[in-house]
Ligand binder design. Sequence first.
Ligand SMILES: [Zn+2]
Length: 117
Amino acid sequence: MCYYDNYQFACRDWKWGNFKMHCQKEFRTGETCGMKMIYQTIPLADKCTHCERIEKKKRRREKALSDIARWEREGGKFRASIEKAWEDVRGLEAEITAMVAEKDRRYATIGNTRRAA
Ligand SMILES: [Zn+2]
């Protein structure tokens, strides 16, 4: 195992930073082994790109839903717009679900790594 910086995003997701230190096993060879351990955790003010992209989609979905609600109140005039907006919402739902699954899969692997004592 070798030690690396660990960046923590505002959304609690995280990523690896710079290599910091070899572990005992690898000191002699000067190589880094495959196992990563956390040297220190550095907090970041921003959310990760996954969460940013997911939130952007969620805002678009919210916008479409509020358009639908407004058009519904107007009566039958906006039937076509409403149908189109529902289509957008369904598309966005599918994209959001896929993106969340992708994010979970990505972070599940680093989430298993043990914190350095
Ligand atoms: Zn995130």
